[in-house]
Structures are given as structure tokens and as C-alpha cells.
Design a protein around this ligand. Structure first.
Ligand SMILES: *[C@@H]1O[C@H](CO)[C@@H](O)[C@H](O)[C@H]1NC(C)=O
Ligand SMILES: *[C@@H]1O[C@H](CO)[C@@H](O)[C@H](O)[C@H]1NC(C)=O
Ligand SMILES: *[C@@H]1O[C@H](CO)[C@@H](O)[C@H](O)[C@H]1NC(C)=O
Ligand SMILES: *[C@@H]1O[C@H](CO)[C@@H](O)[C@H](O)[C@H]1NC(C)=O
Ligand SMILES: *[C@@H]1O[C@H](CO)[C@@H](O)[C@H](O)[C@H]1NC(C)=O
Ligand SMILES: *[C@@H]1O[C@H](CO)[C@@H](O)[C@H](O)[C@H]1NC(C)=O
Ligand SMILES: *[C@@H]1O[C@H](CO)[C@@H](O)[C@H](O)[C@H]1NC(C)=O
Ligand SMILES: *[C@@H]1O[C@H](CO)[C@@H](O)[C@H](O)[C@H]1NC(C)=O
Length: 912
């Protein structure tokens, strides 16, 4: 048999000896000799075991270097091996070991009860021979590999099987009918494959089944009615398939069902009345189907167990039933994009645990539902796209936890109550397309957390823009278009330092547009329709005295960087969040972390963890990692999507740990997805990518482990080390770094990964000053499983954000090229991407591109400490400058592909 994959060099020489020794030890698992020998160290008995050749071969085939008979003579004590009476091998637990090879050999271990080969790199078909050969097998986990082809019918012969997990592979074809013979099955996981055909009727005959999870396949046909006859069924998850027909009435019959997830199918028919029989139902997700009819009032009978009811994007009608109020533990109610009519029942105000109420895009009417303000836990109220009328209550913000208030596209009238200023935690305020009148209350300026959007467009607002808006220094998008707002745009608005998108169009504004880079970077249409408005970016000149430089209102770009960073972190999280727990207040968790800092820390329960690199497994201690990251003193930096910590292991190993708070506790499969992605990234083979070496998950926190990079980041090299007195001109090193980053990024683009945050702070330098691009896994981790949520936008770090981002709100391949161009400019100039010294509203890119207009030569831009060292260095720098200018072209289509950039840079490097 062929040995595949790479073997750690340190082990290869010892392999043969180990294999021989192993063979001797393993012989004890033979059935013929097991009765006569019970001590596994008895060599006489060992010699005769019939398992000997099997384990020997398996050891070699799977390259299990740590099965080390010289250190542990008894095979039964090897990692992952469990033996029963007479040293018979009964369990093999080898998950997450990066294994590959042919697993057919396992079928010779005839006493096996447990086989876990999950999260490895096995590929090819699942060997049919496993089926007939393992009569005692109770647990089989082959999930998270790359197995292909059909599910072998012979698996039906594993008569003792209680748990079968084949999820997250590339399996295709139909579920073979032979599996009907697995009558003892309690858990069946086949999600995340490419299975076709229908859910077979025989599944309903698996009377012991507790969990059936087949989501993310291409299953069609109807849900078999007899699934309801499985009296033990607790979890049924079939989302993201092509199922048709009705939700069978009988599914709720047994009354044991806790989780029913049927999102993203083509189901029609109505929600069965029998749902009320499900006293344990906690999680119902049936959104994105074609369901019709009302929500049956019997939903109230489910009572306190129901926490999550999601039925958006269907054709449901009728009134929203007041019986929901009987579900006292309800935390999320999402009925968006249906045909619900009538008013919002007052009784819903009794739901003290409700965190999200989403009823957007229905036909609901009546006055603004004041009673809902009694829900003290509410963090998201989405009433948009209905026919709610009347005025907004002054007490609107008595719900102190509100983060999202979405009231746009209704018939709301009257003034915006000044009480809006008490919504201190609000991140997004949408009030557009109503009939609101009066002026914009200055109190809005008190909502200091507002970051995602303030949209008051398409109303009847008049009066001036309050200067207090300038206090919203985290706000990214402001839209007050299509009102009757008058007066000048107050200069104080320059305080909105995070602004990316503005729209003042179609009002009665006048005077000169203040000189403020987010304004001038906007398209003219953002200011159009204001007859008396003038100045850049409008074509209308304000007259002779157009001196933008006169107003020296300097903005600290450092602050901007920080603010945009934190703003986008929330933004990103928000776009991605599916469950409720992720929506917990950032401040709260921060506060928690601070509280434990310095005090004796009780380590939280670790849910999952792994180290992908075998040579580091011993040296990494998960509990220590968690404890180290609870200490603020270990925090190295605050990134756009995460915080970074250093962690010293008891073994002395120094790790860099990235803390993400985006694991959904309620839907475990996102966690699995994430782990899978991480493992994929850990397997990427490119020298210029910083690959994760492991992870730890606890509560709703994910920690990503990376090697500590001894020479810090490129940003530190360029902006800290290069600023010291001992600085030695290092152009060749910088050029090598540029080439390395370009190659890494070109590779990412080649495998269709767009980096979300290219910046010099994310480029790490190892002990040889080789460049490694960090944060590569982020793009995948915040990308939820297909179809369940949409990621709207994440932009990266300030100064690196491409200009088109303001309109597209999407990071693209050319956008990455732009950000890389900014890095090149940093390397050439030793200047920060955004620096006060460039002048108001001018970043590094603008500064460089406008050099010739200012009458400056390239030499005046480039770092003279480098360009004056030698003619050769200067020539190379000029050539790289050309590449940088191409990369940072305003027009995305004109920027070169990274592959081309690599070629150009290599050519520069070659011309020494
Ligand atoms: C695995 O090994 C078995 C017998 O040892 C052989 O029949 C089978 O073809 C092999 N499978 C692959 C994918 O190489
Ligand atoms: C596969 O499913 C079993 C339950 O049947 C579960 O215990 C196991 O954790 C799953 N494997 C993975 C990798 O999630
Ligand atoms: C899934 O199966 C269908 C039909 O067999 C095939 O057309 C499609 O390419 C497969 N998709 C993947 C991702 O393998
Ligand atoms: C399910 O079990 C019943 C009763 O044992 C049997 O009549 C029926 O044929 C079985 N259905 C399938 C699809 O195997
Ligand atoms: C549901 O869809 C099936 C076909 O998939 C169709 O036969 C049936 O009439 C539909 N039922 C309703 C209520 O629309
Ligand atoms: C509501 O949830 C809490 C906490 O999960 C639980 O203890 C309580 O029993 C639930 N209430 C009902 C009525 O089930
Ligand atoms: C990270 O941000 C927090 C507040 O957001 C601040 O207190 C802390 O000092 C920052 N840490 C670093 C290392 O920048
Ligand atoms: C870079 O890392 C190496 C290895 O850790 C170290 O010896 C060297 O001093 C570092 N250089 C700088 C400039 O920090």
C-alpha cells in the first residue's frame, strides 16, 4: 500500500523499528490468544495476536508517528487506542490529526466498537469493506474529511451502530436503503455533503433516532410523514436542501422535538396546528420557504420552552397571534417578509426576555406599538416596511438595551421625539421613508454609539442640520436626503470622523460644502438637488474665495483608525450574526474581562480545542491560553475583527492568540464549519501566509492560535523601528517583504479568497524577516454557512480602504490590490497611510498621486534615507513606485491583478 503525505522528518528513521515493535505488542488483540493472556505486557501472548499485521500496517499507512512502542510498549496505551478484555482493540479515536491514507485496513479490527477519524484529510470513497467487517461498531465518525462518492450500502451491515456521522464530506448520490437495517441508530449526521434523492421513508422506522441532521445537501422530495412516528426524535435539521410539500402534522406528534430547522427549502402548506403539542420545542426555524396560512394560536401551548421562532420569507398571513405572549422565554421572534396584517398584539409587551422582534416587510398597521417598549431585553426592533402610523412616543428609548431601531418605510408622522437621545446603545437608526416632520432633534448627537447608519431620508423634515450631529464620531453612514432641510452644512459635522457614506441630496441646503474628506470623496449626487449649495464635489463654484485650506480643523487620524476599527468590528459582527448570543453587548463582555483581570481566574469550560501541528501539541495548554487571554496586560493589539494577546505556555512556548467573539452557541454547526475552515487554512501551503496552528472555543468566544512572530509587524518595522536613531537603511529587506506579501496575496486570490484587512499591521515578520500575511482566516470565519445570513460589508483599516468601497460596501479583488498598493507606498515612503501631515482630507495615496501637481519629484516622496544610498536602490524604488501607483488607481478596473504585480516586483528585484 502506498504511504501518502509527508512524514515528520524526526520520526522517519525510527519508523521501521517502531513498526516492528508495535507489531509484537499488538498481537495481544487476537481472539485466539486473548483468553489465555490478560496482561498486555506479556510478550508470549502478544506474539500470537492476529491483529498484529493490521496495526502494523495501519501504523505505517496512516503515518502515526506518535504510536511509539519504544516509549510505550503496550499498544493499548497508545494515544487514541482503547482496548477491551484481553487487549483487544475496541476503540480508535484519531480525530484532528491531519491523517490521510487508506483506511480499509481498519476493517480487520473486528472487535472495534468505536471509530473516530473525523477532521482529517482522508479522501476517496468510504471503503465498502468497513460494513461487513465490524459487527460490534457502535460509533462511527468520518465527518470533516474529503470522502467522495456514494455512501456504501454495506454500512447497513453495521448492525450495532448507534451513531453515524458522515457530515461535511463530498459524498454524493442517494441515501442507500440498506441503512434501513441500522435499527439501533440514535444519531445520524449526513449534513454538508452533496447528497441527492429524497429523505427515505425508512428513516421513520429508526425508532431510536434522537438526532437526524441532513442539512446542506441537495435532497429533494417531501419530508416523510412517518418521521413523526419516531418517538425519540429531538433534533431534526434539514435546512438548505430542496425539499417540497408540507411540514407533516405528525412531526410534532411525539412531543419530544426540541429543535426543528427547515430553513431554505421549498416547503409549502401551513404550519400544523399540532405544533402546540411540542412542549419541549425550543428552536423553530422555518424561514425561506413558501409556507402559507396563519401561525396557529396553539403556538402558545408550547409555552416557556420556546426561545427562537424564525419564519421569515414565507407567505404566511393573518394576524400575529397574541398567544406568542405565553412563550415567556421567547428571545427571538422573526416574522419578516410575510403577509401578516393587523396590529402588533399589545400582549407581546409581556415578553420580558425578547431580544429581537423582527416583523419587517409585512402589512402590519395601527399606531406605533407602544406596549412593545415594555420588553426590557429588546436589542433589535425592526418594524420597517409596514403601515405603522401615528407618532413616535417620547419614551421610545426607555428600552435601554436597544441597538437596532428600524422604523423605515412606514406611515409614521409627527416629530422625532427628543427622547431619542436616550437610546444610548443604538448602533443603527433607520427612520427613512415616513412622514416625519419638524426638525431633527439635536439630542440625536447624544447617541454616541451610533455607528452603522443614521437614515432620516424621504421624510418632511425641515429646519437646519443640528451641529450636534458632529458628535457622532463613530457613524459610518449618514443619509438625510429628500427632506426640506435648510441652512448651511455645519462645519461641526467634521467631527463625524468615521463617515464613509453621506447623502444630503434633495434638500434646501445652501452655502459652501465644508472641506472634509468624506464629503469631497462622495459623488456629486450626494449633494445634488440643493439649489444653493456649492463647492467640491459639486461642480458649482462658490465664487472667488474658495480656500479650503483656510479652515485648519485637523483630525487626528489615529483616532479615526481606532474608531473605524472598532466600528467595523461591530459592523462585521452585526452582519454575520445569526443567533442571539452573538448580539450581546460588546461593552458587557469587555467589562467582564476587565473584572477578572488580575484576580484569581476560574477558567471557563472549554467547548473545543485542537492543535493542528503535531510537533506543538505537547507544548500547548488550552487552559493556560484561556487564562492568559483573560488578562488585559497580555493584550498586544486591537484589530479590526479581533483582539490579539500573547500567551506564554507552561512549556515556555510563546503564542500569539487572536480572540474572536463570533461563535454561535445556539447553532452548533457553525462552530463545526468554523473548525473546518480553520483546518483548511492550517493546511494551506504558502510560505507568506500566517496559518492558524490551532484553536480553543469556550462559551461564545473563539481563540485562534498562531506562532509568535519574533520580528513583529511590518507597521512596526516601518513606523517604529525605522524611526529610531539606530535605523539602518534596509531597502533590499523591504523589497523582499513586498514581494513576499504580493506572492501571498496572489496565492489567496488564486484560491478565490479575498482578504478583508490588508494593512502593514497585518503583515508579520518572522525571525528571518520573511513576510507572512495575517488574518487570512477571518474572511471565512465571518462568512456564515450558505444562505443563513448575509454578510453585508467589512472594509478593513482606515487609509487602506479603496475609494469605491464607499459605494459598493464590498471588499473585492481589486480592492485588495489597492490596499496592497498602500502597503507598497508605506514601504517606499516610511509614512503612515493616514497622517495629519498630509493636510486635511488627504491620505498617503492622495498625497503621492498629487505630487506632480504640487511640483514635487518622486525623490521628494520616497524615504530619502533609502533612495540616496545608491543609484541601484533609487532605480528599484522608482520602479516599485510605478507599481504602487498602478495598484492605487482610483478605477478598480485599471488596477493590475496580483499575479501581474508579483511579476513586476520580481522583475524589479532581478534588476539588481
Ligand atoms: C485501499 O486498500 C484496499 C486493500 O488494501 C484496496 O482494495 C483499495 O483499492 C485501496 N483503496 C484506495 C483508495 O487506494
Ligand atoms: C459526529 O456526530 C457525533 C454524534 O453522532 C458527535 O458526537 C460528534 O462530535 C460528531 N463529530 C464532529 C466532528 O462533530
Ligand atoms: C453535486 O451533485 C450534482 C449532481 O450530482 C452535481 O451536478 C454538482 O456538481 C455536485 N456539486 C458538488 C459541489 O460536488
Ligand atoms: C417500516 O416498518 C414497518 C413495520 O415494521 C414496515 O411495514 C415498513 O415496510 C417499513 N418501512 C420501510 C420503508 O422500510
Ligand atoms: C405544495 O407543492 C406541491 C408540489 O411540490 C403541490 O402539489 C401542492 O399542491 C402544493 N400545496 C400547496 C398548498 O400549495
Ligand atoms: C425559561 O428558561 C429558563 C432558563 O433557561 C428555564 O430555567 C425555565 O424553566 C424556562 N421557563 C419555562 C417556563 O420553561
Ligand atoms: C484596546 O482597546 C481598549 C478599549 O477599546 C483599550 O482600553 C486598550 O488599551 C486597547 N489595547 C491596546 C493594546 O491597544
Ligand atoms: C528579529 O528576530 C530575530 C530572531 O528572534 C532576533 O534575533 C532579531 O534581533 C530580531 N530583529 C529585530 C530588528 O528585532
Amino acid at each position: 500500500m502506498a504511504a501518502r503525505g509527508s512524514l515528520p522528518a524526526s520520526c522517519s528513521s525510527a519508523l521501521l523499528i517502531i513498526v516492528m515493535a508495535c507489531a509484537l505488542l499488538l498481537s495481544s488483540s487476537s481472539s485466539s490468544s486473548s483468553s489465555s493472556s490478560s496482561t498486555s505486557s506479556s510478550s508470549a501472548a502478544i506474539m500470537t495476536s492476529s491483529s498484529q499485521p493490521t496495526m502494523l500496517a495501519l501504523r505505517k499507512e496512516l503515518m502515526l508517528a506518535d504510536w511509539d512502542p519504544t516509549a510505550a510498549p503496550d499498544c493499548c496505551s497508545w494515544r487514541g487506542v482503547t482496548c477491551g478484555d484481553g487487549s483487544v482493540v475496541e476503540g480508535l479515536d484519531l480525530p484532528r490529526r491531519n491523517l490521510r491514507g487508506n483506511i480499509s485496513l481498519v476493517s480487520a479490527l473486528s472487535s472495534l466498537k468505536r471509530l473516530d477519524l473525523s477532521s482529517n484529510s482522508f479522501r476517496g470513497p468510504i471503503p465498502a469493506s468497513l460494513g461487513g467487517a465490524l459487527p460490534s461498531l457502535e460509533f462511527l465518525d468520518l465527518s470533516m474529511n474529503r470522502f467522495q462518492g456514494p455512501i456504501p450500502p454495506s454500512l447497513g451491515d453495521l448492525r450495532s451502530l448507534k451513531s453515524l456521522n458522515l457530515s461535511n464530506n463530498f459524498l454524493s448520490g442517494e441515501m442507500p436503503d440498506e441503512l434501513a437495517k441500522l435499527e439501533r441508530l440514535q444519531e445520524l449526521h449526513i449534513s454538508g455533503n452533496n447528497l441527492t434523492g429524497s429523505v427515505p421513508d425508512w428513516v421513520g422506522n429508526l425508532t431510536h433516532l434522537r438526532v437526524f441532521s441532513a442539512y446542506e445537501n441537495s435532497l429533494s422530495g417531501v419530508i416523510p410523514k412517518n418521521l413523526g412516528s419516531i418517538s425519540q426524535l429531538e433534533v431534526l435539521n434539514l435546512h438548505s436542501n430542496q425539499l417540497r410539500g408540507e411540514i407533516p402534522e405528525s412531526i410534532f406528534a411525539s412531543g419530544r422535538l426540541q429543535i426543528l430547522i427547515l430553513t431554505l427549502n421549498g416547503l409549502n402548506g401551513s404550519i400544523p396546528e399540532s405544533i402546540g403539542k411540542c412542549k419541549f420545542l425550543s428552536n423553530l426555524r422555518i424561514g425561506n420557504n413558501r409556507l402559507i396560512g396563519p401561525v396557529p394560536p396553539s403556538i402558545g401551548n408550547v409555552g416557556g420552552s420556546l426561545t427562537y421562532f424564525e419564519a421569515d420569507n414565507n407567505h404566511l398571513r393573518g394576524e400575529i397571534v397574541p398567544e406568542f405572549a405565553q412563550c415567556s422565554n421567547l428571545t427571538l421572534l422573526n416574522l419578516a417578509s410575510n403577509g401578516f396584517t393587523g396590529t402588533l398584539p399589545e400582549k407581546l409587551g409581556d415578553l420580558k426576555n425578547l431580544q429581537e422582534l423582527i416583523v419587517s416587510s409585512n402589512n402590519l398597521s395601527g399606531e406605533f406599538p407602544k406596549s412593545i417598549l415594555k420588553c426590557r431585553s429588546l436589542s433589535k426592533l425592526d418594524l420597517s416596511g409596514n403601515k405603522f402610523s401615528g407618532s413616535l412616543p417620547e419614551t421610545l428609548c426607555n428600552m435601554s438595551r436597544l441597538q437596532f431601531l428600524l422604523l423605515d418605510h412606514n406611515f409614521l408622522s409627527g416629530e422625532i421625539p427628543p427622547g431619542i437621545g436616550s437610546c444610548g446603545r443604538l448602533l443603527e437608526l433607520q427612520m427613512g421613508s415616513n412622514f416625519l416632520s419638524g426638525s431633527i432633534p439635536p439630542e440625536i448627537g447624544r447617541i454616541r454609539n451610533l455607528q452603522i447608519t443614521l437614515n432620516l431620508s424621504f421624510n418632511h423634515l425641515r429646519g437646519p442640520l443640528p451641529r450636534e450631529l458632529g458628535k457622532l464620531d463613530k457613524l459610518v453612514s449618514l443619509d438625510v436626503s429628500n427632506n426640506q432641510i435648510s441652512g448651511e452644512i455645519p462645519a461641526e459635522l467634521k467631527g463625524m470622523m468615521s463617515l464613509i457614506e453621506v447623502d444630503f441630496s434633495n434638500n434646501q441646503l445652501r452655502g459652501q460644502i465644508p472641506a472634509f474628506s468624506p464629503f469631497q470623496k462622495s459623488p456629486p449626487s450626494s449633494f445634488a438637488g440643493n439649489k444653493e449649495l456649492c463647492g467640491d464635489p459639486l461642480n458649482s463654484n462658490c465664487g472667488a474665495d474658495t480656500n479650503y485650506g483656510a479652515d485648519h480643523h485637523k483630525v487626528s487620524y489615529k483616532i479615526i483608525l481606532a474608531v473605524v476599527g472598532s466600528g467595523l468590528a461591530v459592523f462585521a459582527a452585526v452582519s454575520v450574526v445569526v443567533g442571539l448570543f452573538m448580539l450581546r453587548e460588546k461593552q458587557e463582555s469587555d467589562a467582564k474581562a476587565t473584572m477578572v483581570a488580575g484576580v484569581v481566574v476560574v477558567a471557563p469550560q472549554i467547548v473545543a480545542g485542537n492543535v493542528f501541528v503535531d510537533s506543538l501539541k505537547q507544548a500547548v495548554d488550552f487552559d493556560s491560553i484561556v487564562k492568559e487571554t483573560l488578562r488585559d496586560s497580555n493584550k498586544i493589539s486591537n484589530g479590526t475583527f479581533s483582539s490579539n494577546y500573547k500567551a506564554v505556555m507552561p512549556s515556555g512556548l510563546l503564542l500569539s492568540v487572536k480572540k474572536l467573539k463570533s461563535v454561535d452557541r445556539t447553532v452548533v454547526h457553525y462552530q463545526n464549519k468554523m473548525i473546518r475552515e480553520l483546518e483548511r487554512f492550517s493546511n494551506l501551503s504558502h510560505a507568506n501566509l500566517m496559518r492558524p496552528i490551532g484553536y480553543v472555543i469556550y462559551e461564545d468566544v473563539a481563540l485562534l492560535l498562531h506562532r509568535h512572530m519574533s520580528n513583529g509587524t511590518l507597521a512596526q518595522l516601518l513606523h517604529e523601528k525605522a524611526a529610531t536613531a539606530e535605523y539602518e537603511p534596509d531597502w533590499p529587506r523591504r523589497l523582499s517583504i513586498a514581494v513576499g506579501v504580493a506572492e501571498g496575496l496572489a496565492f489567496l486570490h488564486h484560491i478565490a479568497i479575498i482578504h478583508l484587512d490588508i494593512s502593514s499591521g497585518n503583515i508579520f515578520l518572522d525571525s528571518n524577516f520573511s513576510a507572512l500575511i495575517g488574518e487570512i482566516e477571518i474572511s471565512k470565519l465571518i462568512d456564515p454557512s450558505k444562505g443563513t445570513a448575509s454578510i453585508s460589508a467589512v472594509a478593513g483599516s482606515f487609509g487602506y480602504i479603496p475609494p469605491e468601497y464607499a459605494y459598493t460596501m464590498q471588499v473585492t479583488v481589486p480592492g485588495n490590490v489597492y490596499s496592497f498598493g498602500v502597503v507598497l507606498l508605506e514601504i517606499l515612503t516610511s509614512r503612515l497611510p493616514a497622517d495629519e501631515g498630509f493636510g486635511e482630507g488627504i491620505d498617503l495615496v492622495k498625497w503621492v498621486h498629487s505630487a506632480s501637481v504640487r511640483g514635487e519629484t518622486p525623490e521628494q516622496i520616497m524615504d530619502a534615507r533609502l533612495s540616496t544610498v545608491s543609484f541601484a536602490w533609487r532605480t528599484q524604488m522608482l520602479a516599485v513606485l510605478k507599481v504602487a501607483l498602478l495598484c492605487t488607481d482610483r478605477a478598480p478596473a485599471k488596477r493590475p491583478k496580483m499575479k501581474k504585480v508579483v511579476e513586476m516586483l520580481l522583475e524589479v528585484k532581478g534588476n539588481q
